[in-house]
Design a protein around this ligand. Structure first.
Ligand SMILES: Cc1ncc(COP(=O)(O)O)c(C=O)c1O
Length: 379
């Protein structure tokens, strides 16, 4: 890979809409403004249909965030008063959705893929456990997803895939979002594709499809009536958000291809950089490279490394997945007491990981500059 490049400025993320795409979005928003159809309209329905087709499921229900897309199925399944198993290595939203749906969170540890370890799940499931939330960390659908689904079937608990990172990722050709009874996607700006804010529930279950539409609209039995049958909330997606999402969904495959190209360059170039090892994507998994994860040797000060990359080379690393497991977060320790030592694999891997910047439109030269900067700082 290229050496001695001039100084570049590498941001942690870049959100991209071509001029053509911006025009397309604006034309749809203009139509929404002209017709006054600003929520639960034709663009929302189009986005749902196209997303369901992309994932390969029967139903998709658009909501206003990835967090809502987690909470709605959990509420529809009636987890209140029960427990739900969640990996400790995830974003706080995964656990918050469970708590807000009225259930207890039980944490499980991860394995070297950064995703939930099936053995830890087995021992976490209690008699009152109603569901498991599995997170495809960094965009990898790891091989253990099949074992996780089998454990859930055997123990009679529902499986919800938190696919916030995993748009378009597959395991043995099967898409993230098709292994459980439902899945939740996020369209937050830094995700693989965005609608500004937004989320999507996907499922093959016609009953859940119906229930989710009721829950997302204040628990109202029908759009036009005023009869409320469930404890819903305002989880609706607006038409301007759907207008953005439709355009980015059409670009998703090319975004993934561009990220994979950069990941391949990183794979090769990192091989001879000391004190750092890439996360090896397991056989059969096709990552969308939402994150390009690597692990530092024990003892390397990550905060100092990132500071030097930023200040000396203008390279901003991307956010970790995750910097700190949930059981060690102050708000969780306040509830559960000190957590250190409970989930040792997550604690170790969270402490040592870094995420190299990766996005569509990143050039080969930029990727080379990132690795050269890392090599210099780690030398
Ligand atoms: C793993 C995970 N779950 C849930 C969410 C929540 O998504 P949102 O920010 O769209 O509510 C995110 C991202 O932000 C996430 O990374």
């Amino acid at each position: 890979m290229t050496q001695n490049l001039g100084k570049m400025n590498i941001p942690a993320a870049r959100i991209y809409f071509s001029e053509e795409d911006r025009k397309e979005v604006l034309a749809r928003i203009d139509e929404s403004l002209r017709t006054g159809q600003l929520t639960l309209g034709k663009f929302g329905r189009q986005f749902e249909q196209e997303f369901a087709k992309y994932v390969g499921v029967k139903h998709a229900i658009a909501v206003n965030s990835g967090t809502s897309a987690l909470e709605v199925p959990l509420r529809a399944w009636g987890v209140e008063g029960h427990s739900v198993v969640v990996p400790t290595n995830t974003f706080m939203a995964t656990a918050l959705a469970v708590w807000h749906a009225g259930a207890d969170v039980i944490f499980a540890d991860c394995d070297e893929s950064l995703c939930m370890d099936p053995a830890s799940l087995e021992s976490a499931i209690r008699d009152d456990t109603k569901a498991v939330v599995f997170v495809h960390i960094g965009g990898v659908v790891p091989p253990q997803i099949e074992r996780i689904a089998e454990i859930c079937r055997r123990r009679n608990v529902l499986l919800l895939e938190d696919s916030a990172h995993a748009h378009g990722s597959t395991f043995n050709g099967r898409a993230a979002g098709t292994f459980g009874q439902a899945a939740a996607f996020s369209f937050y700006p830094t995700k693989l594709m965005t609608s500004g804010e937004g989320g999507m529930i996907v499922t093959n279950d016609a009953k859940l499809d119906e229930q989710a539409r009721v829950f997302r609209d204040q628990g109202k039995a029908g759009f036009l009536g005023n009869v409320h049958t469930e404890m819903g909330y305002n989880w609706r997606m607006s038409e301007p958000h759907a207008a953005i999402g439709i355009t980015h969904l059409a670009r998703l495959n090319s975004f993934i291809a561009e990220r994979r190209l950069i990941a391949r360059l990183y794979d090769e170039a990192l091989a001879d950089v000391p004190h750092i090892e890439r996360l090896v994507v397991p056989e059969g998994s096709a990552s969308n490279y939402y994150k390009y994860v690597a692990f530092l040797e024990p003892g390397i000060d990550r905060a100092q490394l990132k500071k030097r990359l930023r200040e000396e080379h203008s390279v901003s690393m991307s956010g970790e997945v995750y910097e700190m497991p949930l059981h060690l977060q102050p708000v969780v320790e306040k509830m559960n007491g000190p957590g250190t030592g409970r989930y040792p694999v997550a604690e170790d891997l969270c402490r040592r990981q870094v995420c190299l910047p990766v996005y569509p439109n990143m050039t080969e030269a930029e990727a080379g500059y990132v690795v050269d900067s890392l090599r210099k700082v780690l030398a």
